[in-house]
Design a protein. Sequence first.
Length: 116
Amino acid sequence: QVQLVESGGGLVQAGGSLRLSCAASGRTLSSYAMAWFRQAPGKGRSFVADISWTGGSTTYTNSVKGRFTISRDNAKNTVYLQMNNLRPEDTAVYYCNTSPATQAYWGQGTQVTVSS
């Protein structure tokens, strides 16, 4: 049984930074592409960024390009999302999953709130 646990969220002012972590347990995910998703209040879950299993290829949604960086440490079975220059519209619950997502792997997410 795979469990993904997101952490690192919090309340930050606009322009600030946060680093999210996603730790996997139950099996190694080092051979899977991984992704971050987010769900803003009143909206559906949307794609933020993904990274290939080697870490050599990344993709970002347009609104976070140049501000967010996805990375991974396969030895630690962990994926990260460095978020800089945060904006109020980045406020959401952030989730990690495989890419494409595996329904059974959704965790509780971590709340990110950006104040203006």
